[in-house]
Write a protein that binds this ligand. Structure first.
Ligand SMILES: Nc1ncnc2c1ncn2[C@@H]1O[C@H](COP(=O)(O)OP(=O)(O)OP(=O)(O)O)[C@@H](O)[C@H]1O
Ligand SMILES: [Mg+2]
Length: 367
């Protein structure tokens, strides 16, 4: 008996059974299927994900392949995986930055927990996945994003706008580019707020999928300005596993919640240390504290980053671990965390409210 002739409608019907696990709806309804073509027993189509850093890319591709190969008459499936980042809920329709799709704040309650390190490596990981990324250093009194990104120079003005510098393919702006090295910036609150606003409005960011905003620690002027005036897609809170840091992290979280900024989740930095001599894992700041806190505060846990001298050296030398040792478990931990951040933003934008990203287990260094 001859095989039935396959049509585009058959392909779409089959793909209509494949769900994006995070967004909870099928790919056809979500508008993620494009360029369907049928040639005899061979079908081809493109899956347009909501972020190139999608942690479920492999699963979605496999599910699609299985679904279409189950259609009678289909013997071959060619799938192209693509991505188009959607503008975040908070950002959509706001005129201030028309070409920036998502603004992500990286904050913490306590100083020294690794916000700058996390912000910079998240930016690189998102950029590496194929997204267009910028970093805005909203720390005007102790700016050190440029040091960790190895970005030096003086931004130029063009058409009355400031051109950001570019480091590792990521656009970056910081007050450090405008004051001579070693000069302290001693400003009152309104000047801090004014400068941050200028960094949004007077910098030519161009088209960006993600603009990461590094916030100085605490609940000060920069955080307030940002949460009140800037349409945020969400806030990433960085904490170490120990109680004092977590207490401060929950205060910071509460402030953003009060200001109605969406919470992306909590990242645990300096999670554990793997002794290079005996390979034993040492939980210097305790174990799993941030994960438990995330559960208690009912926000997603985004990942844990080990404590490793290579991360510190990368920061000091302006070559983030993602570039200095891209194959390391530390770099991989940042990549997985970045994909959880991206997934959570897609969920906050398109998915059922309150849903957490589907967890992709994190590898533990040295195990
Ligand atoms: N996972 C890590 N492993 C090793 N060193 C780290 C790690 N995370 C951060 N560090 C180092 O710890 C120090 C503090 O980190 P960082 O500057 O990123 O923290 P911060 O929260 O931004 O601090 P501040 O509040 O002072 O701005 C830096 O020297 C950094 O290189
Ligand atoms: Mg810092």
């Amino acid at each position: 008996m001859a095989e039935p002739r396959v049509t585009e409608a058959d392909v779409l019907r089959a793909l209509g059974t494949v769900k994006d696990p995070d967004l909870g709806r099928d790919l056809v309804t979500l508008g993620m299927i494009e360029d369907v073509a049928v040639r005899g027993d061979a079908v081809s189509f493109t899956v347009v994900l909501t972020t190139p850093a999608c942690p479920l890319k492999g699963k979605i591709e496999n599910d699609c392949r299985q679904a279409v190969l189950a259609v009678p008459g289909v013997r071959e499936a060619t799938i192209k995986m693509d991505a188009r980042v959607v503008a975040g809920r908070g950002v959509r329709g706001k005129p201030s930055l028309p070409n920036v799709r998502n603004i992500i704040a990286v904050a913490s309650g306590k100083g020294g927990v690794g916000k700058t390190t996390v912000a910079v490596n998240l930016a690189l990981a998102l950029s590496e996945s194929g997204a267009k990324v910028g970093v805005l250093d909203a720390d005007v009194t102790g700016p050190n994003v440029p040091i960790m990104l190895g970005a030096h120079g003086e931004p130029r003005a063009r058409n009355n706008k400031i051109e950001p510098l570019v480091a590792y393919g990521v656009k970056v702006i910081s007050i450090a580019f405008f004051v001579p090295e070693g000069t302290p910036v001693i400003w009152r609150g309104p000047m801090v707020g004014g400068t941050i606003q200028q960094f949004f409005n007077d910098v030519d960011w161009g088209e960006l999928d993600y603009l990461i905003v590094y916030l100085p620690p605490g609940t000060g002027d920069a955080s307030l300005t940002l949460a009140q005036l800037i349409p945020l897609s969400g806030v990433v809170i960085v904490s170490t596993p120990q109680d004092v840091a977590l207490l401060d992290a929950s205060k910071s979280l509460a402030m953003f919640q009060k200001l109605e900024a969406p919470i992306i989740g909590i990242v645990e930095n300096m999670s554990y240390f793997v002794c290079p001599h005996c390979n034993e894992r040492v939980d210097i700041f305790g174990h799993g504290g941030a994960e438990r806190a995330a559960e208690r505060l009912d926000v997603p846990f985004l990942g844990r980053i080990p404590l490793n001298p290579a991360i510190r050296i990368g920061g000091d030398e302006g070559v983030p671990i993602l570039r200095s040792d891209p194959e390391s478990p530390e770099a991989e931990a940042f990549r997985l965390t970045a994909s959880q951040v991206a997934a959570r933003i897609s969920i906050l934008t398109l998915g059922p409210t309150g849903k957490r990203p589907t967890w992709v287990p994190l590898p533990m260094a040295g195990r």
